[in-house]
Design a protein around this ligand. Structure first.
Ligand SMILES: NC(=O)c1ccc[n+]([C@@H]2O[C@H](COP(=O)([O-])OP(=O)(O)OC[C@H]3O[C@@H](n4cnc5c(N)ncnc54)[C@H](OP(=O)(O)O)[C@@H]3O)[C@@H](O)[C@H]2O)c1
Length: 276
């Protein structure tokens, strides 16, 4: 184990009610640390859109998990992470762990900002989350049986947020992970046809993948009140640049990542896709 005397005692978890942050908060309950949830419903409230909320959330904290919302690839994100990191270091935060995206220039710019912040850092760079289909913007699609996206036959090594949270908690609580960049993927490349087939198998209800044109998808985003930037983001990260596996989970944790089929089985068993 790392030198426990130098491990953080108070940790701010931004996105602490979201897909990765919630799991990080749950796991930190097993550690001898005080945890502050950084979200608009936290105490004090933390809002990426209101910089005045950042310093109060950072007060008295010695490590922070940065899960920027809505996405590191969106305009303004890198500046926000830069200002947040500066404020954090000024407030005495010694360790920063950044949740980053894979194959996105802006995400890599945010990584550089955190690496140059003066804090001890760990970068957790991730592929698409499994839980996008069970807890996020694709949940409704899975429930209605039609996952419609403008990504053709692209393949992606979907990663599980349980694995991400395990790596983040290790980075927050064990200084052996300081100065490391972990690129996390699941163990298998899947197309969105494959994803639909796995959810169908797990739920017993048919789910289909429907390839859309970018123009069709722009309408879907508008109808669901989602940022139009998602269309460009998906075509970037699913253009083939991320269609390979990494050993990040094994390097960080010494075990294999969770497969999408196991995720789908567990999500179905927990009622994530129950329709009544
Ligand atoms: N989703 C993926 O597949 C994926 C892959 C790689 C990297 N990433 C990166 O992961 C990060 C998080 O994305 P996510 O999709 O996983 O989101 P998420 O963390 O599940 O987002 C929800 C969380 O953000 C909080 N939140 C929402 N609006 C906020 C605001 N204005 N200020 C502060 N907190 C706010 C929510 O709490 P409240 O509602 O209580 O505020 C909740 O805790 C992004 O930076 C993205 O680039 C995502």
């Amino acid at each position: 184990m790392g030198d426990q005397s130098q491990e953080p005692t108070t940790i701010l978890v931004t996105g602490g009610t979201g897909k990765t942050g919630r799991r990080v908060v749950e796991r930190l309950a097993d550690h001898d640390v005080s945890v502050r949830v950084g979200s608009r419903s936290g105490t004090p409230p933390f809002d990426w859109a209101h910089e005045t909320t950042w310093a109060p959330a950072l007060s008295g904290v010695d490590a922070a998990y940065i899960a920027y919302f809505p996405d590191l690839a969106f305009p303004g994100a890198v500046d926000a992470v830069a200002t947040f990191s500066e404020l954090a270091v000024a407030a005495g935060v010694e360790r920063l762990v950044l949740l980053s995206g894979r194959g996105e220039e802006e995400a890599e710019a945010a990584e550089r900002v955190v690496r140059d912040s003066g804090a001890l850092w760990t970068i957790v760079r991730c592929s698409w989350f499994n839980q996008n289909f069970s807890e996020s913007f694709l949940l409704d699609s899975a429930l209605t049986g039609e996952i419609a996206l403008p990504v053709g036959d692209a393949v992606e090594p979907f990663v599980d947020t349980d694995d991400i949270a395990d790596v983040v908690v290790a980075a927050l609580t064990d200084r052996r992970h300081v100065g490391r960049l972990y690129e996390l993927t699941g163990p298998r490349l899947l197309s969105f046809h494959d994803v639909a087939a796995e959810i169908t198998k797990a739920t017993g209800s048919e789910v289909r993948y429907i390839p859309l044109t970018s123009r069709q998808y722009a309408t879907v985003l508008r109808d669901h009140d989602l940022p139009g930037d998602f269309a460009e983001l998906f075509s970037t990260i699913l253009d083939g640049r991320n269609a390979h596996l990494t050993d990040g989970v094994r390097r960080a944790l010494g075990r294999e990542p969770k497969d999408f089929a196991d995720f789908a089985r567990d999500a179905a068993a927990s009622g994530a896709w129950a329709t009544n």
